[in-house]
Design a protein. Structure first.
Length: 246
């Protein structure tokens, strides 16, 4: 992966940060997206990464907006070079039972979690095929595989990501481009730690390996798929959930 240009949407989240670290360790030029102009957290995150010896380019990009995303990707490629590795990791939740779910809650999740995969992939896929090399890795979820109460929007978006993966993988396989999905289970992060302890413990006990996953375990899998030697894996969905869903 040395000197490959890698773009990670949602790169400043818990899993995204671990992915950036893993790709950087493999020699990639790492780029992360953020949404809000003047977001001071982006500066703080970049500074924190620099203190670890990891220089990351950050780019403002609303991945739910096609035109804005296309323009941001063009700017990235003009400054950093063609994007070789794309990790579609941006995601949000707006949980509610379907009978109470508003159109805004549905659309927000579909746009950020699913439309963004098209928005980020479509503008760069031709360049990858012309160069004869590329890696597209979509971060889905266990809940896209099994569904989840109160997450019709999230589960639909995450399931849709893998349908996208399988279709596009067939289109570009002969051109040296692979497209894969990773479906994490419950990962040790501020999100799961915000769940009340009693509920969190119940979730942990439901996982056969009896623990939550580590962000680094997702990141190592991304790095594995992004590697030069990952070229025979495409159209796959790798489950990393401790055996919670088989």
């Amino acid at each position: 992966m040395k000197d490959r240009v890698a773009l990670v949407t949602g790169g400043m989240g818990t899993i995204g940060t671990a992915i950036i670290e893993a790709l950087h360790a493999g020699g990639c030029k790492a780029i992360a997206t953020f949404k809000f102009p003047g977001d001071s957290s982006a500066d703080a995150w970049t500074q924190g990464m620099a203190e670890k010896g990891i220089n990351v380019t950050v780019v403002e990009c609303d991945v739910a907006d096609y035109d804005a995303t296309k323009a941001a990707l063009a700017e990235v490629e003009s400054q950093c070079g063609p994007i070789d590795i794309l990790v579609n990791g941006a995601g949000i939740t707006r949980d509610n039972t379907l009978r109470k779910m508003t159109p805004d809650q549905w659309q927000a999740v579909i746009k950020v979690n699913l439309d963004s995969v098209y928005n980020c992939t479509q503008p760069i896929i031709e360049g990858m095929t012309e160069r004869g090399w590329g890696r597209i890795i979509n971060i889905s979820s266990i809940n896209g595989q099994k569904g989840q109460f109160g997450q019709a929007n999230y589960s639909a978006a995450k399931a849709g990501m893998h349908g996208f993966t399988k279709a596009v993988a067939q289109e570009v396989a002969r051109k040296g481009v692979t497209v894969n999905t990773i479906s994490p289970g419950y990962i040790d992060s501020p999100m799961i730690n915000a769940v009340p302890e009693e509920i969190r413990e119940g979730i942990r006990k439901s996982i056969p390996v009896q623990r939550f996953g580590k962000p680094s375990e997702i990141a190592r899998t991304v790095a594995f798929l992004a590697d030069e030697e990952g070229g025979f894996i495409t159209g796959a969905d790798l489950s990393i959930n401790g055996g919670q869903y088989m």
